[in-house]
Design a protein around this ligand. Sequence first.
Ligand code: NAP
Length: 325
Amino acid sequence: MTRAIRIHETGGPEVMRVEDVETGAPAAGQVLVAQRAIGVNFIDVYHRTGLYPVALPAVIGQEAAGVVEAVGPDVADLRVGDRVAYVGALGAYAERRVVAADRVVPVPSAIGDDVAAAAMLKGMTARYLLKDTTRVGPDDTIVVHAAAGGTGQLLVQWAKHLGARVLGVVSSDAKAEIVRALGADDVVVTLRDDLVERAKRLTDGRGVSVVYDSVGRDTFGRSIACLRPRGMLVVFGQSSGPVPPIDLGVLARASLYLTRPTLFTYVAARADLLASAADVFDAIAGGILSVSVSNRLPLERAADAHRALESRATTGATILLPHGA
Ligand SMILES: NC(=O)c1ccc[n+]([C@@H]2O[C@H](COP(=O)([O-])OP(=O)(O)OC[C@H]3O[C@@H](n4cnc5c(N)ncnc54)[C@H](OP(=O)(O)O)[C@@H]3O)[C@@H](O)[C@H]2O)c1
């Protein structure tokens, strides 16, 4: 048995219950991981609320770091005692759990458990958005919404490293300070500043080449309006709610591109998962990414972690600690 956070119905943070659940022994192609740090991501909120349906009851959570405690038959490349992390395997909010070995990657000794759990999903997301969805470089000026958030901070830093000019968007002056310190060229505070006007001013009236929009419903229209001809809107999240159906004619204004990517498509193949994780860990070890783990809570306080994330009270990453904060 293991302690876990399980939901029996969808709803607010209160539906998350601390329960003892069976771990079971790892079957062929699986490993049992004793978890040391668990990453909290906005997708966990979507699973809890039912926006992204999961079979119930469910232990939610998508990523964690820990140590391999047992390996099932046919697992060749992992051994008991290995330090590992994984993403994209529902069931992470637990002290111990069985997980498919092909979703597990080794964690280099230079990377701590907290950082691995805080940065793997968010870091691999920043990576594919900047390097694979489109290739960002010195010719680009980009907009990053929720720039002080867990994923946003990594996007800002990596985009700067790739040579892009970055306009961050945040909801408060305190968050703006954080984003400026990460190297953003300019920061817009929503409700006070005009994002479209600022994006145009920064690009001599032309518009930006890429907008990374994880906010969704509240920002879609302004994001589209910021783009230069043939620019790309990357809607990769919906923290404010899903974008309603759109008229494709909005793209015809200037031959714009629109994509709605997800990490799990980009790292579905094991080779891509390993390469992507290695690139993120290298970027952290090499100082390209500084990972801010601003919020550490014991596993039992997962509901408080969700409340903080949903109320925009957090900056950087949140982790849950199975053995106390
Ligand atoms: N598609 C993918 O592959 C992928 C992968 C990872 C994450 N994501 C998405 O990326 C987004 C960020 O995830 P994260 O875990 O790093 O969270 P986060 O950005 O740390 O937290 C969400 C932030 O969104 C902003 N926000 C704007 N309107 C909001 C609203 N109505 N309610 C709550 N927050 C609002 C807030 O920043 P301000 O207060 O500054 O506005 C808030 O801090 C999520 O939408 C997530 O689904 C997508």
